[in-house]
Ligand binder design. Structure first.
Ligand SMILES: Cc1ncc(COP(=O)(O)O)c(C=O)c1O
Length: 373
């Protein structure tokens, strides 16, 4: 890694929250930390047992994942995501989804002169992944912003990232929007990757369609990848369990490089993932917990005079007091509450803050009490 490469990466933004965190921690009732979306509830017993059952693993695991894993993921798409036609050959486990987001442009062979498009208000790793590859990240939310030809703007568009439901906004992209992006990307030869890790957590959204939905794809997964994570739906963030699925030709290209690079999911985690995607009950249970927390937090945030935008799905409330986000972060820190400033997610987020719902019932109750008093 050259110094130049490091210089192109953004500063790690969480450091700038330290003074607000110190203020919030000084609250006599302790901090209510809603700044990070890290799960707090136990890993389901079923999945802990699956991990333990597969813990005798002296040999190397398959980078491609076991056939059982790939079949189980294809079955999950059919059962939970209204996608009946995922080919198990087009499924690949990833070590959580963040690593894939960070490395996909590189694995696709993108580099200088290539553009990676990502949402305007976005999880920062899409931008980072483009920079790691030496490509140019371009924030854009619609095909109208991208123009009709592959050569417009700063380079050739090689990859378009979608994130639905979105982090931090909780916005869900409908079938029509997804289909439009796919048609545009196919017309310019770009890959579309959709990060769908909050797909099981729809609240007010009628449906949360996948990029691979036949109404979107026209029956072909060519050039399309859906990215998923078990971190949120199954409290498995510590296991690092994710997968990518879609175009078998693209997946096979990713597989080849990942085999060379040693990017393989540990065998016990492969088994836990296989069991997790085959079981719906634990996801229903976790969703119930988040729904209850969301109702308490949402009422409290609205009562305190915030406006909540989007947030129809996912693990966040994307809220504003119509003032610069750092002022809102300070106001909340004075009440012992820590949230993420919207400017972490791009300039378009600078008047919002993000409340994560990943806190215990007790801490969410404390949030409501503090905002009321
Ligand atoms: C939009 C989005 N993508 C990817 C990730 C990474 O999740 P993981 O690496 O745990 O699968 C997160 C985590 O918060 C996220 O919000």
């Amino acid at each position: 890694m050259t110094a130049g490469f490091r210089r192109s990466l953004p500063d790690f933004p969480w450091d700038s929250l330290a003074p607000f965190a110190a203020t919030a921690r000084a609250h006599p009732g302790g901090i209510v930390d809603l700044s990070i979306g890290t799960p707090v509830d136990p890993t389901p017993e079923l999945l802990r047992r699956a991990l333990a059952d597969a813990s005798d693993a002296p040999g190397y695991p398959q980078t491609y994942g076991t056939p059982a894993l790939r079949e189980a993921v294809a079955g999950w798409f059919a059962r939970r995501r209204a996608v009946p036609d995922v080919d198990p050959a087009g499924v690949l486990p990833t070590i959580g989804s963040k690593e894939l987001v960070a490395w996909l442009p590189t694995l696709l062979g993108l580099g200088p002169g290539d553009v990676v498009v990502h949402p305007e208000v976005a999880y920062p790793t899409y931008d980072v992944g483009a920079r790691i590859a030496g490509a140019t990240p371009v924030p854009a939310d619609g095909t109208a912003q991208l123009g009709p030809t592959p050569r417009q703007g700063p380079g050739r568009v090689g990859l378009v990232w979608l994130n639905s439901p979105g982090n931090p906004t909780g916005k869900v992209l409908g079938v029509e929007h997804l289909a439009k992006v796919v048609a545009w990307a196919r017309s310019v030869g770009a890959v579309v990757a959709s990060d769908e890790c909050y797909a099981e957590l729809g609240w007010e959204a009628d449906e949360v369609p996948s990029l691979l939905d036949p109404r979107v794809t026209g029956g072909s997964h060519e050039g399309l990848l859906a990215v998923y994570s078990l971190s949120k739906q199954s409290n498995l963030a510590g296991y690092r369990a994710g997968f990518v699925a879609g175009d078998p030709a693209l997946v096979s290209a990713l597989l080849e490089i990942r085999k060379h690079a040693g990017m393989m999911m540990p065998a016990p985690v492969q088994h836990a993932l296989t069991v997790a995607v085959g079981d719906d009950a634990h996801v229903v249970e976790q969703k119930r917990r988040y729904r209850a927390r969301r109702e308490v937090a949402r009422a409290a945030v609205l009562e305190a005079g915030f406006r909540i935008d989007h947030s129809e799905a996912g693990l966040y409330l994307w809220a504003t007091r119509d003032e610069p986000c750092r002022e809102t972060v300070g106001w909340l820190a004075d009440r012992g509450v820590l949230v993420a400033p919207g400017d972490f997610y791009g300039a378009a987020g600078q008047r919002h803050v993000r409340f994560a719902l990943t806190a215990t019932d007790e801490r969410i109750t404390a949030l409501a009490e503090r905002l009321a008093g």
